[in-house]
Ligand binder design. Structure first.
Ligand SMILES: Nc1ncnc2c1ncn2[C@@H]1O[C@H](COP(=O)(O)OP(=O)(O)OP(=O)(O)O)[C@@H](O)[C@H]1O
Length: 520
């Protein structure tokens, strides 16, 4: 049959159907029409092997709220839409950094879950009763799947859609850096470029930390099972410029967490500290930098000596003692117990997954209660730059993995203590940029200088120590000599006195004799 004849036949069939439909509508009574339609639908539904679920964009009694389920499905379908749908809609994403794509109305995309195929279609209908508070067009998504998979789709699949959408939102969201002014948090967008890949440190240690973080972020079920709050404490310690702050930014970038930089000195008391904690969202890192300087936390626990001294002072002058105490309380408003409560009290369990990170340059200054396991679970030492860390910096800064000067640098790095920040400074692009030799020579000079300074310092320290030792030896000898000298002096003094007294008595006798002679 030719195409021309085929179209001719199709045309006459359609014309006949339309004629029958027009007759049906015109001559069949309305009630009967309605019943026929109803039973036809039931018949079709009975024979139709699929189920459909519709998710409307607007919900609520007056259709004024945007449905969370609709938004989640839109997010979930965005990646599938971009690869499957023919008609797409594009808009700027919430983070204003990328384009968000979604399928246009009346498009369909397929999905698969545990081997079961299903289809999502987007649609819209025009409202019959438009009002000023509802839009004229109402959008929806329709999910279609086979009847036999009803339980799988209504349960695990829809859970999976919501979870995946949430995870996608977290991945795509613009992360924030919060800081507190008293009891309120304010934020800016977090745009720190530090990543674990750019962090110069021992590769094995780096991997261990990254694995630990990733494991933590996936361990919701574990924490639930063992009955622990889903949080983990990290203590980063080491000299200045060794990358403590950079590591915190890298942690936030790795896990896509928000950062809460807590300024303890501006918190009035423990109640305010708790209030701040309650406002921290899930998937976040709470940071207290330089914890040893933030507060006199060690001073909160009195040592035995201090206690005795305080009691003595109180006996002497109770009023002055009280004034002194008041002053101390004013200066260190948040107490150690308040901070411990902040880390692992009941309140700390509210709000979901969180990391708490402390940094310090002086680990030994911290109260052991603050850093015990369970509070600070992982202690990470960031130290001076050694050769493995240097190689990472050279790769990042100079794009080289080997160089004839590496041998000398390796030797010097074992002998001199230079922080990664100092090493990086030598590797920064300079006038002679493009020539790594220039930067490496500059580093060698820096290392030699540091080595020389360390040598001089060690010598000076040794000299002072020797002086101190000599003093220690001299002191008892002097005291001993003093002990021997003292009685001898006393004796001499005594003798002198006796001689003088004897002389004076003789003189008096002579005068008396003289006087006697004269009177006669
Ligand atoms: N391990 C490192 N890897 C790469 N860069 C580093 C490293 N350590 C320091 N730097 C560089 O040095 C600069 C200062 O580092 P950072 O502020 O992270 O050090 P810090 O240990 O937090 O110092 P401080 O104790 O003084 O706060 C950063 O800009 C970073 O680029």
């Amino acid at each position: 049959m030719e195409a021309k004849d085929m179209f001719g036949n199709l045309g006459s069939i359609i014309a006949s159907l339309m004629f029958v439909w027009a007759m049906f509508q015109q001559y069949v009574p309305y009630q009967l029409q309605h019943n026929i339609e109803k039973y036809c639908q039931i018949l079709v539904r009975f024979a139709y092997p699929y189920i459909q679920i519709r998710f409307d964009e607007l919900t609520g009694d007056y259709d004024i709220f945007r449905s969370e389920a609709y938004t989640a499905i839109q997010t979930y379908l965005s990646s599938r839409s971009s690869t499957q749908a023919k008609m797409l809609k594009a808009d700027i994403a919430k983070n204003s950094q990328s384009l968000a794509l979604r399928m246009d109305d009346h498009e369909e995309v397929a999905d698969e879950f545990k081997g079961v195929k299903l289809w999502w279609a987007s649609g819209k209908e025009v409202s019959n009763t438009p009002s000023w508070w509802t839009p004229e067009e109402k959008r929806y998504y329709r999910l279609t799947c086979h009847k036999q998979h009803r339980d799988l789709i209504l349960g695990p699949y829809l859970d999976h859609v919501l979870k995946e959408a949430k995870a996608m939102e977290v991945r795509n969201r613009q992360r924030k850096l919060y800081t507190n002014n008293g009891t309120t948090w304010s934020h800016v967008m977090l745009k720190h470029p530090a990543k674990f890949q750019t962090l110069a440190m021992d590769p094995e240690k780096k991997k261990e930390i990254m694995d630990d973080l990733i494991e933590f972020s996936k361990a919701e079920e574990f924490y639930e099972r063992v009955g622990r709050a889903w949080k983990r404490g990290y203590l980063l310690y080491g000299p200045p410029g060794t990358g403590k702050s950079s590591m915190i930014a890298a942690m936030a970038n790795l896990l896509s967490y928000d950062l809460y930089d807590l300024e303890l000195t501006s918190v009035k008391n423990n109640t305010d500290l708790r209030k701040l904690l309650m406002e921290v969202s899930s998937k976040s890192i709470i940071v207290i930098e330089d914890i040893d300087c933030s507060l006199d936390l060690t001073g909160q626990r009195k040592t035995k000596k201090k206690k005795e001294k305080d009691e003595e002072e109180e006996k002497k002058d109770p009023k002055q003692k009280k004034e002194k105490e008041e002053k101390e309380t004013e200066a260190s408003k948040v107490t150690l117990s308040g901070l411990l409560n902040f880390i692992d009290g009941l309140w700390s369990a509210c709000g979901g997954e969180r990391l708490i990170v402390f940094t310090t340059n002086y680990m030994e200054k911290l109260d052991p209660a603050l850093i015990r396991s369970g509070r600070m679970d992982k202690h990470i030492e960031l130290s001076y730059c050694r050769f493995e860390a240097f190689k990472g910096l050279a790769k990042n800064y100079l794009k080289i993995e080997s160089h004839p000067l590496f041998g000398r640098i390796r030797e010097l790095l074992e002998e001199a203590n230079l922080s990664p920040a100092d090493v990086a400074e030598h590797l920064m692009p300079k006038k002679a940029s493009g020539d790594p030799t220039f930067s490496l020579e500059s580093l060698i000079k820096g290392l030699e200088k540091a080595k020389e300074e360390a040598r001089l310092k060690a010598e000076e320290e040794a000299r002072l120590k020797a002086k101190e030792e000599a003093k220690k030896i001299e002191q008892p000898a002097k005291e001993e000599a003093k002990k021997v000298e003292q009685p001898a002096k006393e004796e001499a003094k005594h003798e002198d006195k006796a001689v003088t007294e004897n002389g004076e008595a003789k003189l008096l006798d002579a005068r008396a004799t003289e006087n006697g002679k004269t009177s006669h």
